[in-house]
Design a binder for this molecule. Structure first.
Ligand SMILES: Nc1ncnc2c1ncn2[C@@H]1O[C@H](COP(=O)(O)OP(=O)(O)OP(=O)(O)O)[C@@H](O)[C@H]1O
Ligand SMILES: [Mg+2]
Length: 404
């Protein structure tokens, strides 16, 4: 329901009150009356009029000072004030505008002038109120949408984190499984040999081989726990704290040892490794960079799936203040049509699930490996580049700022 506009008349001259009162009443406005500054302040604590008609001369305080005070208070600042001034008092009009009045009405009052001026300012005021309420509504909607988006973003980050955990756990688990398969095969072989009367020294050799595999397996499990721990910590705290100075060459040598637990990698893939003879010091969390390297190797292995002579080339070096390592394969390369997308989250050309009955299960993917690599390397102010070699395979190079 539209409320009747309320007009406050502040005047102590009975004649003015009578004339203006009659005009306003005829227009259907509600109006309140005060005759001094003190009364006005008191009334404004209880009601908020839509317009104030204010006389300059009042018994306790002049109209300019009242106007000035009202404009300084938040509750009354937006109420339009029209001064009641004599026709020839130009100085009063100027003074009135200076203290924030929107208009003036001249005495003696012309009915039409009063009606028009009041009507105009009332309309403007009601429009402003409307806009203000739209704005408030809009702000509420924006706040609500922002909260929804933040919630969604948090959910996405959590989902990505979980995907990351799943992704990173898969490699070590399959290595551990491969190692236990090998031990099982060796045990059967050993049983046969023991039945046939094996030499003591040969038995010792076999046992130390088993021992070595078990040790490697332990390392893999330890690494897996370490990775998860570092991912969890990374998701909660600033990673800078766990940074340290590491040599990229050493990182790669260590990683290759772990990766060798995967027998396919160890025995079937040819490796060409050319490491820089200088120490390549970088200031990083080792787990992060090892993870990047592992993701690149995994992609290379996937790309050479079912290739006759799979070969991975790994190199390290230094250029322009950066130390780098590269991983190159001899798979089918990356087609032009997808090269811009490969770092996007969840972009994959691999199925999510492999056929369990296949002799050589096809590579599977979630499409977060390269995104993890990019984000991680960029967080160290480094960069990752891909060279698409078409039929010659793909080459990824990771650059990290050299630590001096
Ligand atoms: N060495 C490569 N040779 C050819 N294509 C590659 C190579 N590395 C990445 N790609 C392409 O980029 C896509 C995205 O790689 P990314 O590592 O982000 O995800 P994924 O390997 O599919 O899955 P995930 O790593 O999450 O298990 C791959 O699906 C593949 O199409
Ligand atoms: Mg991958």
């Amino acid at each position: 329901m539209k409320k009747t506009p309320l007009i406050l008349l502040v005047d102590d001259t009975p004649q003015n009150i009578q004339v203006l009162g009659a005009i306003l009443k005829n227009q259907g406005y509600s109006f309140a009356l005060t005759t001094s500054g003190k009364e006005t302040y008191q009334l404004l604590k209880k009601v908020t009029p839509d317009i104030i008609l204010l006389d300059v001369m009042l018994p306790d305080e002049d109209g300019f000072s009242i106007c000035d005070n009202l404009k300084k208070q938040e509750a009354t600042a937006d109420i339009p004030i029209l001064f009641l001034t004599a026709k020839n008092e130009t100085a009063d009009k100027i003074q009135g505008f200076k203290v924030g009045a929107v208009d003036y009405i001249t005495k003696p009052f012309e009915e039409l002038e009063v009606i028009e001026r009041v009507k105009n300012h009332l309309r403007a005021k009601l429009d402003r109120d409307q806009i203000k309420s739209y704005n408030n509504e809009l702000e509420e909607i924006v706040d609500q949408r922002t909260n929804e988006l933040l919630k969604k973003e948090r959910e996405t980050i959590l989902a990505q984190f979980i995907q990351g955990v799943v992704h990173n756990i898969r490699g070590p688990i399959s290595s551990a499984l491969a190692a236990s398969d090998l031990i099982r095969a060796m045990r059967e072989d050993l049983n046969v040999k023991i039945d046939a009367g094996i030499e003591k020294s040969e038995l010792k050799n076999h046992l130390s081989e088993v021992w070595e595999i078990l040790e490697l397996n332990n390392e893999v499990l330890k690494k897996m726990a370490g990775n998860l721990e570092s991912m969890l910590r990374k998701s909660r705290t600033d990673r800078i704290q766990e940074n340290d100075v590491y040599d990229l060459n050493e990182m790669i040598k260590q990683e290759l040892e772990f990766l060798d637990v995967d027998l396919k990698f160890k025995n079937k893939v040819e490796k060409k490794i050319v490491l820089s003879d200088k120490k390549l010091a970088v200031f990083v969390a080792l787990g992060d960079i090892a993870q990047v390297f592992e993701n690149l190797i995994k992609n290379a292995m996937d790309a050479m799936f079912e290739k006759d002579n799979p070969c991975i080339s790994i190199e390290t070096g230094s250029t322009n203040g950066f130390h780098w390592f590269s991983v190159k394969d001899n798979g089918d390369g990356i087609p032009d049509s997808i090269i811009r997308k490969i770092f996007d989250p969840f972009f994959t050309t691999k199925p999510l699930k492999s056929d369990p009955d296949a002799i050589n299960p096809t590579p599977i993917g979630t499409g977060i490996g390269l995104q993890f690599c990019k984000k991680t390397i960029e967080s160290y102010n480094g960069k990752i580049e891909v060279e698409e070699g078409r039929s010659k395979g793909a080459k990824f190079t990771v650059y990290l700022p050299a630590f001096i």
